[in-house]
Design a protein. Structure first.
Length: 115
């Protein structure tokens, strides 16, 4: 059977690209630079560029998780937080109820002072 683009094994170049991409996502890559626009030695504009490329796992590992709190990227987050607070309040009420039911019999009601 003649080899075509679809049946040929991956070339060494594409395997190298996959290895590089895997390493960049695993370890991370940071590109930083500044662009300054000046006129007659007077700085008019400065743009600071910081670009970081890594996997989501690596970003979370180093403490970058801004996408979790961006309302445009996590639209259901507000509803989830509200529901979480409601569930916590329900849990508190249930715990109080259980605690009141499991108290010893002598401590359930008020003392009447009668002997």
């Amino acid at each position: 059977m003649p080899q075509t683009e679809l049946t040929r094994s991956p070339s060494r170049g594409s395997a190298g690209l996959v290895d590089i991409l895997d390493r960049v996502l695993d370890k991370g890559l940071v590109v930083a630079g500044d662009i300054k626009v000046s006129l007659a030695e007077v700085e008019l504009l400065t743009i600071r560029i910081r670009l970081m490329i890594c996997s989501i796992d690596k970003a979370e590992e180093i403490g970058l998780d801004w996408w979790k709190y961006d309302r445009h990227l996590s639209p259901g987050r507000e509803q989830m937080l509200k529901e979480n607070l409601e569930l916590r309040e329900q849990l508190r009420l249930l715990e109080r109820r259980i605690a009141s039911l499991t108290r010893p019999p002598g401590r359930r009601g008020r003392a009447t002072g009668k002997a």
